[in-house]
Design a protein. Structure first.
Length: 558
């Protein structure tokens, strides 16, 4: 683990040179078989650390690694130079298919040229036992290492191990083209009886011309059915069943009401995939199976979803990837559906809690009105009997109606709409309800067509007026004034000349619950503000200074 972490901190350019150095020594400077094999083993070990194909986190089974290494050593021992020729072709494909940044182009070209020269000047001539000029091989052997070091220094690639991108298809094509050129050179040289270098030159010219012609046909044909488009369509069509399945699952997620419904319908779509013959699944206490069983089973677990796929044949790597993607998509959609259900439940609970708290305040206001009536009865004299009777006749029917409305809302929270009432009638009822309280009512008569949500206005005004009356009890000499006016909409103001609301409370008063100073819950005005916004009204603290505290409830006409 420590060695891997240290290797990941080495720049790619220097790690590449370290990987190629033992290979260069084995093919150019060392002739003794034991030393050559030792250098090649070091090269293979460094290649495993350098290679960009396998993931860093992937663990290679020791048995598989041993079998591959033993097979490679056997082939290398029996046909050293032929195996090196094939290995150099693979390295050319891997290096050439790297994503290259601008400052790394020089080193990238240098590596490709070095590997090509090593293949065609050292490995391939040794494999077919064709002598080359000694000066040519010596020049390559001693000049290429310093040239590569200079290229690495001038074009350093600062990316670390694991930060490189590799085009695998392009790498395979480059490897096959390199092998084709090598084999064509050998055949041309032996069949035509010409020198190796001459055959190599002819082969490279033919390959260059053929590659140019194919590239033009591939990407710049005048026909819209050029080879590149046809190949792309073929590659895209390979994933069409999976893409169709993804689209259907997205629609199922949108239409499903809960996780069991979504799970059953989504699994049914999995069963329709052409390469699937059956499967089993377990998900959040649910389970089921579909299709038939086979001896080729692939079990995948992801986020609470256990899904076993049964296929006709042993699953290839591409099919394993598809199955993992299917399981991941189903698991993520399932988690999203669970979160959606949790949010709906939370929203319902919150609505119930807010409804209960709001109705609690309505009941509290009604109780305060009843307490005021009881106090009036207790302090009344025989001479006040007639006035007291009129007061009770006015108040009790209104209290009864409001209490009945509160009970209806408590039984059915959905029935929260406030019926509209003529603004003038509501204003007269408000004055009647507070006729025995030290409150001044001012305002001109509005138009007959002006209407207001009466229950909403009663709930908010009761809150404001009860707070002002409580404030009047511990601050002597306070006057309370309620005004009705038309200011771009029905507007009601409640003003008292008492002390101002503390600044830290005023900032949160209508936006969040606050600490109550009168033994309440501290949520009355916050809920009143939310209730007003539901009916296109706005509740605000328009003035807040000693001697002038004003709350304004104003209709917001769009």
């Amino acid at each position: 683990m420590a060695l891997r972490n240290q290797v990941e901190q080495v720049p790619v350019s220097w790690l590449t040179l370290a990987m190629l150095l033992p290979l260069h020594m084995a093919i150019c400077w060392v002739s003794a078989p034991p030393s050559r094999f030792a250098l090649l083993l070091i090269h293979v070990g460094l290649f495993v650390l350098w290679q960009p194909i396998l993931e860093r986190q992937r663990r290679i089974p020791l048995g598989q690694a041993g079998i591959v290494l033993l097979a490679w050593l056997t082939v290398t021992y029996l046909a050293l130079w032929w195996s090196l020729m094939a290995w150099l072709s693979v390295l050319i494909g891997v290096v050439a298919s790297h994503e290259v940044k601008r400052h790394g182009v020089l080193l990238h070209l240098g590596l490709v040229v070095y590997l090509l020269l090593a293949l065609f000047l050292i490995a391939l001539p040794q494999a077919i036992q064709v002598p080359l000029p000694v000066w040519l091989q010596l020049t390559f052997s001693w000049a290429s290492p310093p040239v590569l070091m200079v290229a690495a220094w001038l074009g350093q690639d600062d990316r670390r191990h694991g930060q490189r991108a590799l085009d695998l298809i392009y790498g395979v094509l480059i490897t096959l083209l390199t092998l084709l050129i090598a084999m064509s050179t050998v055949v041309w040289s032996l069949q035509a009886g010409i020198a190796y270098l001459e055959a190599l030159g002819y082969t490279l010219l033919v390959a260059a011309g053929g590659t140019y012609v194919l590239s033009r046909i591939w990407s710049e044909s005048l026909s819209r059915y050029r080879f590149g488009v046809l190949f792309s369509r073929y590659m895209i069509s390979l994933g069409t069943p999976f893409e169709d399945w993804v689209g259907k699952v997205a629609l199922l997620y949108r239409d499903a009401t809960d996780l069991p419904h979504f799970a059953q319908t989504a699994i049914n779509e999995v069963a329709k995939l052409p390469w699937m013959i059956g499967g089993e699944w377990q998900w959040d206490g649910l389970s089921g199976q579909f299709g038939q069983h086979s001896r080729h089973a692939l079990a995948i677990h992801n986020a609470g979803l256990d899904l076993t796929f049964y296929t006709r044949h042993s699953a290839a790597p591409a099919l394993v990837l598809h199955c993992k993607l299917i399981t991941l998509i189903l698991a993520e959609y399932g988690l999203a559906k669970q979160r959606e259900q949790a949010m709906r439940t939370h929203a319902l609970n919150q609505a119930i809690a807010e409804t209960g708290a709001r109705l609690t305040h309505d009941v509290k206001n009604l109780l305060q009105i009843l307490q005021g009536l009881c106090a009036a009865i207790d302090t009344a004299t025989p001479d006040d009997a007639e006035a007291l009777q009129r007061l009770i006749q006015r108040q009790l029917p209104a209290i009864s109606l409001r209490l009945e409305s509160t009970l209806v809302k408590l039984r059915s929270p959905a029935a929260m709409d406030s019926p509209l009432s003529p603004a003038n009638d509501w204003w007269m009822a408000l004055q009647t309800r507070y006729a025995n309280q030290p409150i001044q009512f001012e305002g001109k008569r509005l138009r007959d067509q002006d209407v207001v949500p009466g229950e909403m206005m009663d709930s908010i005004l009761d809150n404001l007026l009860r707070n002002a009356l409580e404030k009047q009890q511990w601050q002597q000499g306070i006057t309370i004034t309620v005004t009705l006016a038309w200011l771009n909409g029905v507007t009601v103001t409640v003003v008292d000349n008492g002390s101002a609301v503390p600044a830290e409370i005023a900032k949160q008063l209508l936006h969040n619950p606050v600490q109550s100073t009168s033994g309440g819950m501290g949520v009355g005005l916050w809920q009143a503000s939310q209730l007003a916004s539901q009916y296109q009204f706005g509740l605000s603290l328009t003035q807040n200074r000693p001697g002038q505290v004003c709350f304004t409830l104003q209709q917001q006409i769009v």
